[in-house]
Design a protein around this ligand. Structure first.
Ligand code: ARG
Length: 465
């Protein structure tokens, strides 16, 4: 029997029922739906809208349903009158009424599925945002540990994917740690804003004609306050979009990191060796070791971006208040949540178990003149205007390229020919360790700066816990 049976003389067409139904995906929210219903029943009784004994019957009936769903005794494919329920809200209410009779039929007083679904979704996303924040913290911790371990490991820093200036791996890794901290901040912000307003009690669109206490249900469900406008309460899905956007940015970061790990694991670079348990082989090429996890993490960001665009497009132009289009919100955000959780769960142990090949990084850093800026700075510090120092150094690099020399092996007399200001201490200046140690400005790439950066990260990270 459909909820709207009184007005209708025919059963819903079977195909339309399948098209209309959301139970296959919104059943994920059963816990939140039950919690919302229990809070609503308790409030209705406290306000004298239903009797205390009806509320007790409803709440214990809901407890039983929750237990049976969790144990597997009650499954969502259960049919009544040959029909499966349209959505999780209908499913729980119908099951309750089958179990407890008339009290169950009173539960939907001063409530609509419109405020119910908005409330359930907020509660569900709040729980999942907290789960994801924990997973990001775990990854950030792994990144920070690796950064500390390799705080002195010299490598090339790149721009345009060309060797640029020497840095240490710890510095490169910490860049991702800060990104993940911002991701946590974005999710926390979105979560806080989402939980500031409780839609429950907005009813279908216009509020209720019963003396309900929306502050009571807000408190019981962990919201700061009821939404101030019932139309906004039922039609707002900003929270969905905001969380999806935060997840999209997170996967963007993961995909950049994944890309680097893929590059670093290649024979051309060999900066990193993935653990055998976190790599795969080829069906035909016996020598292959493929970074599938990193590639999938990189690729799956596309799904999360797509979900975000799907939600924005679905909401664009919708008139107030509820429209059935909005049922599409859940599959998109649920897919993003699952994707992000899968990516974080696979990426974190892959990174934790990967071995960094410091010697290879250092060997690569020795070629490519990444100490040329330091050579120019040497002259600048002796009074040569930077532009002139830059030009002289460029000529030295060109000379080195002709003679297959490096700035470390370029003869002193050739240096002096380029500028009489060069002395033998130029060799100390252009040594990679000296170059990297010199970048001791705040937030710079020197091992000392990186250690200070990690200490600062720990401070912020601990207060976020
Ligand atoms: N399954 C619906 C959704 O996800 C619940 C709200 C239905 N409300 C309605 N008036 N049809 O949006």
């Amino acid at each position: 029997m459909a909820l709207w049976d009184g007005r209708f003389s025919k059963k819903t067409d079977k195909n339309l029922n399948d098209f209309n139904s959301s139970l296959a995906f919104d059943s994920l929210m059963y816990r939140q739906d039950i919690a919302g219903s229990a809070a609503h029943a308790a409030m209705l009784a406290a306000c004298g809208v239903i009797s205390g004994s009806d509320a007790e019957t409803i709440i214990s009936g809901l407890d039983g349903i929750l237990r049976d769903i969790e144990s597997g005794a009650l499954t969502f494919d259960k049919k009544s009158d040959g029909e499966t329920a349209e959505d999780i809200h209908t499913f729980i209410e119908r099951e309750l009424t089958e179990r407890v009779g008339d009290a169950g039929k009173r539960l939907h007083t001063a409530r609509s599925r419109n405020d119910q679904v908005a409330t359930d979704l907020k509660l569900y996303l709040n729980d999942e945002a907290l789960n994801i924040i924990e997973l990001i913290k775990n990854l950030a911790r792994i990144v920070r540990e690796k950064a500390e371990k390799h705080a002195g490991a010299v490598m090339c820093g790149y721009t345009h994917m060309q060797r640029a200036q020497p840095i240490v791996l710890g510095h490169h890794l910490m860049a991702y740690a800060w990104m993940f901290l911002r991701d946590i901040g974005r999710l926390e912000d979105a979560r806080r804003r989402m939980m500031a307003e409780n839609p429950l009690g907005s009813c279908a669109l216009a509020g209720a004609s019963y003396p309900i206490d929306r502050f009571m249900t807000s408190k019981a469900l962990g919201f700061d306050a009821p939404s101030r406008n019932s139309l906004d309460g039922v039609s707002d899905r900003d929270f969905c979009v905001e969380i999806n956007a935060a997840l999209a940015i997170l996967t963007l970061h993961i995909s950049r990191f994944a890309e680097e790990i893929i590059i670093w694991s290649s024979w051309e670079f060999k900066y990193m060796e993935l653990d055998d348990a976190f790599a795969t082989g080829s069906s035909i090429m016996p020598q292959k070791k493929n970074p599938d996890i990193a590639e999938l993490a990189r690729g799956k960001s596309g799904r999360v971006f797509g979900d975000l665009i799907a939600s924005l497009t679905m909401l664009k132009g919708l008139p107030l208040a509820y429209n059935k289009d909005m049922q599409e919100d859940k599959e998109a955000i649920f897919d993003s949540i699952k994707t992000v959780k899968d990516c974080l769960s696979a990426f974190a142990p892959m990174l934790a178990t990967a071995t960094v090949l410091e010697e290879n990084m250092r060997a690569a850093a020795a070629r490519g003149f990444i100490n040329a800026t330091d050579c120019a700075d040497y002259l600048t510090k002796k009074g040569v205007p930077f532009r002139d120092a830059y030009k002289i150094t460029g000529q030295i690099v060109a000379e080195c390229l002709k003679t297959n020399a490096t700035l470390e092996t370029f003869p002193l007399e050739s240096y002096k020919a380029a500028s009489p200001l060069f002395e033998s201490d130029i060799y100390d200046t252009v040594s990679l360790d000296a170059c990297v140690a010199a970048r001791s400005s705040y937030g710079g790439a020197s091992p000392e700066s990186v250690k200070a950066q990690i200490a600062e990260f720990d401070n912020i990270f601990i207060t976020r816990r």
